[in-house]
Ligand binder design. Structure first.
Ligand code: SAM
Length: 345
């Protein structure tokens, strides 16, 4: 029994350290690309442990770089590892890891923001949305300028069950700038509560795993790094289209220090703003004097449900955009002023 367990356990053979790989392939970090590398394999092991049980799993690692997290994933006994890396300088080092784990690694030189993950894994791994998550994981330490737009894109994919989530409720373990990690996981009434908290928490169980101090990376970033784990919920806490929820949440948080009625108002054209905002808050049973940070996901569910009904009754309402109205007003005022100046000449 012990012998068969030993045979089944995969360990990478001895390899040059990550520091040596960086020297060997001249992988100087490019500051403009926010490249900060993890050299300490105990930390990459900890990230991988927090992603769950990877035994026989199919994993996609985004932005593997010189490969610290990649090594930890391979040592966790995965069936297959797909690596998506944008910078071609890292490909030879990753190829070396692939040679050390024959048949397990697929390397894609590409951009994760455009790479199509809907066909990336074997079809037989697909699970129904209501089932347990499939044995597929997404893991990555990406630049912060990529991880935030990417999580918004993936949250939209979760709401529509497409992209990678056509395989089911794939869990994700991703790094963020500490403040963004805190926002993603912030509970009602906390200072960090924001648009991202609602958008992530209505769709996923979101867990703030741990924070790594900036000095653990080479070169050291300006900020600390937080690891966040997401598991898509079987039933989202708000059942409306993503774009509608995004619009309501964005408007409410537009004035995050003011009462929430200020943000609700800008969902409506000026002429009917006060009346409609009051009506929406009353029907949603939301106290207009709560601050946006004090609103629970349930409050947002009620607001979105009522706004949806109002949009169904007035088909022009959803297309209304407060900023456009402001711009038009400014332009009108400017041309009126110019006309007055012309007349006075
Ligand atoms: N994961 C490695 C680690 O922890 O040491 C590298 C981290 S470094 C912060 C980010 C990595 O993501 C770099 O290798 C970079 O080239 C890669 N990257 C940046 N943007 C990317 C994108 N859009 N698609 C795929 N990889 C990307």
């Amino acid at each position: 029994m012990a012998a068969s367990r030993q045979v089944a356990t995969f360990r990478l053979p001895p390899l040059p350290t990550i520091g040596e790989i960086i020297k060997l392939f001249k992988l100087r970090a490019v500051k403009q690309l926010s490249q900060n590398f993890l050299l300490d394999l105990r930390l990459s092991d900890k990230i991988v442990r927090n992603s769950g049980n990877l035994k026989d799993a199919h994993v996609c690692e985004v932005g593997p770089g010189p490969g610290a997290i990649t090594r930890s994933i391979l040592n966790a006994g995965v069936a297959e590892l797909l690596l998506v890396e944008k910078d071609p300088r890292f490909i030879p080092g990753l190829q070396m890891l692939s040679d050390a784990a024959p048949g397990k690694v697929r390397i894609v030189h590409g951009d994760i923001l455009t790479y199509k993950l809907e066909k990336a894994f074997p079809q037989h791994l697909k699970k129904k949305w209501g089932d347990d998550p499939p044995n597929i994981h997404i893991i990555g330490n990406l630049p912060f300028s990529v991880s935030t737009p990417l999580i918004i894109k993936w949250l939209e994919n979760i709401s529509e069950r497409n992209g990678p989530f056509s395989y089911g409720r794939i869990p994700m373990t991703l790094t963020f700038q500490k403040e963004v990690g805190e926002r993603l996981t912030a509970s009602t009434g906390t200072r960090q509560r924001s648009r991202l908290s609602i958008m992530a928490q209505y769709l996923c169980t979101v867990h703030n795993c741990f924070t790594i101090p900036g000095q653990a990376f080479v070169p050291k970033p300006e900020v600390d790094v937080t690891i966040v784990h997401f598991t898509p919920l079987v039933k989202p806490k708000i059942e409306q289209p993503f774009k509608l929820i995004e619009k309501v949440v964005q408007s409410v948080f537009q004035f995050r220090r003011k009462y929430c009625h200020q943000g609700v108002r800008i969902l409506f054209p000026e002429a009917e703003r006060l009346k409609k905002a009051e009506q929406m808050l009353m029907l949603a049973d939301v106290d207009p004097t709560l601050r946006p940070t004090q609103l629970s996901v349930f409050h947002f569910k009620n607001l979105c449900d009522v706004y949806r009904k109002m949009c169904d009754e007035d088909p022009k309402l959803f297309a209304y955009n407060y900023r456009d109205e402001l711009k038009q007003k400014k332009n009108r005022n400017k041309s009126n002023l110019e006309r007055t100046e012309d007349n006075s000449l």
